[in-house]
Design a protein around this ligand. Structure first.
Ligand code: PBE
Length: 303
């Protein structure tokens, strides 16, 4: 009896070991000679479900016929979960497809490439707009003017993001950046007197790395000009609603014309758009450059 049991276990082991090692091929490096789909379980590693990029990616899945029998799906998570999955994959040279955007430190830390988008689902370039509540100009002309004059470059925004990624608190990183970039900041505060009487300003944002950077920097600039500034992170839809209902004074995180298009259409008559605070942003699926065969959305199902 005992012997029989041993033989059974032995046979089971012989059966199971190859299965386990087949599964662990998921940790194998990217193999350009094999199809990509099975190497990533047909999965695009995404971010928070409320991000504009997530809905644009759902459109891309339809337009490039990646879904259905082609099995591709978008996995929602969060920015930090996505970047830590990317970090692990990158270290092991594994295949991975992510929802990327620029400016972001991921493009400085890793060698990544955006996939070519011949159907132009994601649009070409994005800008980030500053959106303020109606009446702010009258109630807080100084803060309004600073928000209106706030304008920087993708590389300046990335500098702040990199410091935060390296472990600094967003507030410290913002303060240090402001010190080092006095000329730029002077342009934003030009013609604005220091506020008296501690006027309050509330900014809302989504906790994406790019928006953590911009919101902390502009909040600190306003504080240095005498404003009592609070910042609050939330989902994208409540961010727009907060400015529209005047629960908040402003947000500097409106990615347009595509990424936040839906919210812009819903709220544009209830808010004031102060125009771009940053140009040359970009959104789309990205892969590490070592995935040599994967260069376009069509390659996801074909290669
Ligand atoms: N993002 C970063 C946002 C805008 C900023 C690309 C993750 C989005 O998809 O809505």
């Amino acid at each position: 009896m005992k012997k029989q049991k041993f033989i059974k276990l032995f046979l089971l082991a012989i059966l199971i070991i190859p299965i386990i090692s087949a599964c662990s091929s998921e940790t194998a490096p990217y193999n350009s000679k094999e199809k990509l789909g099975p190497q990533v379980n047909y999965t695009i590693t995404g971010i928070d479900a409320g991000a504009g990029e997530m809905s644009t990616t759902q459109t891309a899945i339809k337009k490039y016929h990646l879904g259905g029998s082609n099995k591709w799906q978008l996995q929602p998570s969060s920015t930090s979960a996505m970047t830590s999955t990317l970090d692990k994959a990158y270290k092991n040279k594994q295949a991975i497809v992510i929802t990327g955007w620029q400016p972001h430190w991921m493009f400085k830390k890793y060698k990544l490439k955006f996939l070519k988008d011949p159907k132009n689902v994601y649009g070409k370039a994005e800008h980030i707009s500053t959106i303020v509540r109606k009446g702010l100009k009258k109630d807080s002309p100084g803060a309004y003017k600073i928000l209106d004059q706030f304008h920087w470059t993708p590389s300046q925004m990335s500098d702040v993001m990199l410091e935060v990624n390296a472990g600094k608190s967003p507030k410290t990183a913002a303060k240090q950046w402001i010190k080092k970039n006095k000329k730029t900041v002077d342009r934003w505060t030009k013609g604005v007197n220091k506020a008296t009487g501690k006027k309050s300003i509330k900014l809302t944002y989504v906790a994406w790395d790019s928006e953590i950077a911009s919101t902390n920097v502009i909040a600190q600039v306003l504080r240095d000009k005498g404003y009592n500034v609070t910042i609050q992170s939330m989902e994208m839809q409540p961010v727009w609603a907060s400015v529209a209902t005047k629960a908040a004074d402003a947000t500097v995180s409106a990615w347009l014309p595509k990424t936040s298009a839906k919210f812009y259409a819903d709220y544009k008559n209830q808010v004031e758009d102060l125009g771009a605070n940053l140009e040359g942003a970009k959104v789309g699926l990205a892969v590490p450059t070592y995935m040599t065969k994967i260069n376009s959305y069509n390659d996801l199902k074909n290669k």
